[in-house]
Every structure is written in C-alpha cells, then in structure tokens.
Design a protein. Sequence first.
Length: 207
Amino acid sequence: MRFGAALIAFGTLQFTAAMIVVQLRFPGYSDLGNYISDLGNSSISTWFPVFNISIIVLGICAFVGILLAWPAFPKGGTRPVGLSLLLLAGVGAILVGLFPENVNLPVHEIASLLVFAPGGVALVVLAAGMRPRSGWERLGLPSAVLGLVTLVALAYYVPTQQSGTTWYPGLVERLIVAPILIWAILAAIQLIGNRSRWTAPPGRPEA
C-alpha cells in the first residue's frame, strides 16, 4: 500500500513538473489566458508530447495508486464513493492525454469534465469520512476546502465557457485543477506517514 501512495505522489509531481517545462517552451503562454490543455495541443505547443504523456502517466499512477492504497483510507461509506470518483478522474486524465483538444475536442472536453467534477466531489465526500480517531482528521478540513474550491470554480467555468464569457479562463481552470493536485500530495504524505492504517487489526476486516 505504500507503493500506492508513492505512485500517487510520483504521478502528481511528474505532471506538475511537465506542465512547468512545457509551458517554458511555449512562446507567449499565459497562465491567465491559456488553457492547461493548450500545452498538449500539437498545433501550438512545441513540447506537446511531454504534456500528453505526462497526463496519461498521472492518470495511470492515480488509478493504480488508489487501488493499492484503498484499505488505508478511512473506513465507511465515504471510502468506496470517494475513491471510485477518483478512479473515474484518473480515467479522465488518461483520456485527456489520448485525445488532445486539437485532435478530438468533444471527447477532450468530456474527458476534462471527468477529471474536474468527480475529482472535486471526491474530495468533499472523503472529507466527511475523515472523522476524529480515523487517523485522517487533520486532512478533513483541507480536503473539504480544496474540494469546494474546485467545485465553485467549476460551477463558474462550465456555463461561462458555453457562453464564451469566462474571465481569465486559464486562471479559472487552474483553480479547478490545482486543489486536486494539492490534495493528492497531501494524501500521499498522509498515507506514507500514517503507519497504523497499513494493516487492519486482526478480526476487523476492511470495509
């Protein structure tokens, strides 16, 4: 299960690094005006393969890492719901890399929503299970806040994208994505550090 935590951390960190590197090689790129997916657009991004491969790796690492670390998350109904949503977000990330915006825009947009919406909801759902004595109580409030930031930004982003009135779309998209990436790092740290969660007590099966 520690390997699962390491995969989550690795996937998140390598994707963050790839975004920075590709952005530096993208003439005139703006965090405020450009979409994150522009980094994977083969018609305008010089290092587009790096971004697309990186987000596919992120999705794979997140998917496998969550499955491996599943028993270490707080038990109860929030675990299967929240982690299943994160698995869906991992699949969405893979599809984003496989279908860049200039290759198949409709599929790309659906894939992006599969990352954004389930990711934000998952953080709020998981936060509800991070109760006292769960071993995750310190991450409860940050999880809820990060999830709500994603969902509020997404609630603004979707209708304004349809009407073409999004104010600083690059910034808004980052307000959707960044909380999920931050949570992934915090969760990986929690998973690695909370040794008492790695093995279920005898006679007490995991939910």
